[in-house]
Design a protein around this ligand. Structure first.
Ligand SMILES: [Zn+2]
Length: 115
């Protein structure tokens, strides 16, 4: 299968996700696969802002977690391209439908084996 088209899509997606991650967090220097929010858990001053702050912290953590999951999926898909296993369902080893890959280039499973 010609993976160069999907490689392009995935690399564009990867760059977009990293740019988005950088708006809410920083890459953990000890673990480049891990991102940490730049929102601190502990509010510094005004106690009236504690509830707001906690909400902002929880929100940025969940945004970060979602972006990180997507980034990991994209990175894993790029690794499968390198290994020559891209487009093969990891569950049943059958080719993944091209329409599915077009819609979701990071798909690791065919439409029968979605999580
Ligand atoms: Zn499958």
């Amino acid at each position: 299968m010609d993976t160069s088209h999907f490689k392009q899509l995935l690399e564009a997606k990867q760059a977009a996700l990293i740019a988005e991650l950088q708006t809410v967090g920083v890459q953990d220097p000890k673990n480049p696969h891990d991102w940490v929010t730049t929102q601190t858990a502990e509010p510094e001053a005004d106690l009236n802002d504690v509830a707001d702050h906690t909400e902002a912290y929880d929100e940025s953590r969940s945004i970060l977690a979602n972006l990180e999951t997507s980034l990991n999926e994209v990175t894993a898909a790029l690794e499968r391209i390198t290994q020559g296993t891209y487009g093969i369902c990891i569950k049943c080893r059958q080719p993944i439908e091209v329409e599915r890959l077009e819609a979701f280039p990071a798909a690791a499973t065919c439409s029968q084996h979605t999580a």
